[in-house]
Design a protein around this ligand. Sequence first.
Ligand code: SAH
Ligand code: DHB
Ligand code: MG
Length: 222
Amino acid sequence: MDQARWSDVDQYLDEAVVGSDAALDAALADVAAAGMPAISVSPALGKLLHILARTVGARRILEVGTLGGYSTIWMARAVPADGRVVTLEIDPSNAAVAAASIARAGVADRVDIRIGRGVDSLASLMAEGVEPFDMVFIDADKQSNPEYVAWALRLTRVGSVIIVDNVVRGGAVADAATTDPSILGIRRMNEMIAAEPRLLTTAIQTVGSKGYDGFAIALVIS
Ligand code: SAH
Ligand code: DHB
Ligand code: MG
């Protein structure tokens, strides 16, 4: 099995099972046109986020790492018209591309893009005393994952679900001797969530158009 085959099968699954539409396709086209890296979630993972949000009846979703808003659109479509997706992005030019794609998708009324360092925006949300989030999707700089999960625990409630993207990174995560700050961030986060009695957690490795990677899912249980 190799990358070409994983991509072929992902393309087949996108067409046969996942589906797409003009707004999602245009969001990805604009990510590429803006010169942003092709690191939006795959269509299959985007739809999984959408399904998870609907499964937990999410009204409020927090995302760390917006890029071009592709995952944001999938999740915004899962919340009710008076629901909210708050998405945090450090790069103002990424946020501008995302805002345009989110508006074109017709969900700007339920998306709040906050520009700044993720940890700063999370501290602000906490200080504002926002209502708890029903779902959190963590997909930004990997070295900050332990901090993002710590904030997610403070900003959720029992029954909320926390998803963390990119926890496998081509298998690099299993290298106990790594000195790569991103991999160390993922490993420290894994240790943290595994030791956290308030979380029930699993992690799944995936292959597809985005290579060999994976995601973790944690349910807040207390
Ligand atoms: N969730 C997006 C992809 C996000 S890519 C999707 O699937 O469509 C990661 C994003 O995190 C990038 O846009 C990057 O600019 C942003 N990012 C990186 N470091 C950050 C930080 N410290 N705070 C907030 N966002 C950050
Ligand atoms: C990277 C970040 C991501 O969120 C992702 O899904 C893939 C790659 C990166 O920074 O390399
Ligand atoms: Mg990612």
